[in-house]
Write a protein that binds this ligand. Structure first.
Ligand code: PBG
Length: 330
């Protein structure tokens, strides 16, 4: 530690000019830090704007391919897919999740075919497929069943991997599902399919617009506090991460993002593995609402918030602003 102080030390010397700020910058943000979540819907040539996510749409598979090309051209390495399942296919047991020809699998195959260079991350959870909007099977008492759900998630991850998913990302918070999915991937010859575990996923009020986008908002009975984490807790997140890594996760995720950067930092320091964060739908909407109200500049807000994730220790960020940010970063 330097002992010198003012005026020998003037911290502002390094800040006065742009070239100097660039020279001493401790972190960099590039398009390769970004994962772009995209919503998929049925039909052809469809773009459906999501009301609570201004600037975000659901795309039919043919239009999704254009977004994948756009991502590739912007040097975004990976996209994350989320289906809006037609209401008629949503059931108590979410069995459409296991259909190898469901919207998700058709989207994966189409993107793999048209844009093989891009990575595809898929969400493993039942909520876009269940009539009650929960991530798993619900018993008569309203309890979300753990082991029974986990068995279905294994099958869901298998149909996704068979369709060409590169990273399966269980987002359901059931216990033991990472080990079960890893065993299945090894058994089925999917040795290089990665698992990005939503390890520290909090029961958050910031997911509202997402549930709109996948059509589960009006359906959801109760809340998800019986399986997602309590936002009062941090040490519990470290246990979750330790378990998911022991079970075979390649990388871990903290979610939501900005309100949970303390968790990102602690996970990074403790485990030295790739850590990702999800700047979730409500966080995106907060920025867009502020911009719409004339309270701030979108470009500046996007770059500042994304750099905050890098500073906290993230390898990458899932963000609905990915394409916009990549364009800014040029
Ligand atoms: C569902 C899932 C959710 C999100 C990603 N996967 C919502 C939830 O748990 O209710 C939220 C993403 C966002 O808000 O942008 N398994």
């Amino acid at each position: 530690m330097s002992q010198a102080f003012f005026p020998a030390v003037r911290m502002r010397r390094a800040r006065v000019s742009g070239w100097s700020r660039a020279l001493v910058a401790e972190n960099v943000l590039t398009p390769s830090d970004l994962i772009w979540p995209l919503f998929v819907t049925s039909g052809e040539a469809v773009e459906e704007p999501v009301a609570s996510l201004p600037g975000v749409s659901r795309w039919s598979v043919d239009r999704l391919i254009d977004r994948a090309r756009e991502a590739r051209d912007l040097r975004i390495p990976c996209i994350a897919l989320f289906p809006n399942t037609p209401p008629s296919l949503r059931t108590e047991d979410g069995r459409e999740a296991l259909n190898p020809d469901n919207l998700m699998c058709r989207a994966i195959r189409a993107v793999k075919d048209a844009v093989p260079e891009i990575g595809i991350l898929t969400d493993v959870a039942l909520d876009p497929y269940t009539a009650h909007g929960h991530d798993g099977l619900v018993d008569a008492a309203g309890y979300v069943l753990n082991d029974e759900t986990s068995a279905l998630l294994v099958e869901q991850a298998l149909v996704q991997a068979n369709a060409g998913a590169d990273i399966v990302a269980p987002s359901d918070m059931m216990d033991g599902r990472v080990a079960a999915i890893r065993a299945m991937l090894e058994r089925e010859g999917h040795r290089n399919v990665q698992i990005m575990a939503y390890s520290a996923k909090y029961a958050s009020a910031f997911y509202g617009p997402f549930r709109d986008a996948v059509g589960s908002r009006g359906l959801l009975k109760g809340d998800k506090r019986g399986y997602q984490m309590d936002f009062a807790n941090a040490e519990e997140a470290l246990r979750e991460v330790a378990l998911d890594l022991a079970e075979g996760a390649d990388s871990v995720m903290v979610k939501p993002g900005l309100p949970y950067l303390d968790i990102v930092r602690r996970v990074k320091e403790r485990f030295e593995v790739p850590v990702f964060a999800y700047q979730v739908s409500g966080e995106y909407a907060m920025i867009e609402t502020m911009v719409a109200a004339g309270g701030g500049d979108r470009d500046a807000l996007v770059l500042e918030t994304l750099m905050a994730f890098k500073r906290a220790g993230c390898s990458g960020v899932l963000t609905y602003h990915a394409a916009h940010a990549a364009r800014l970063l040029g």
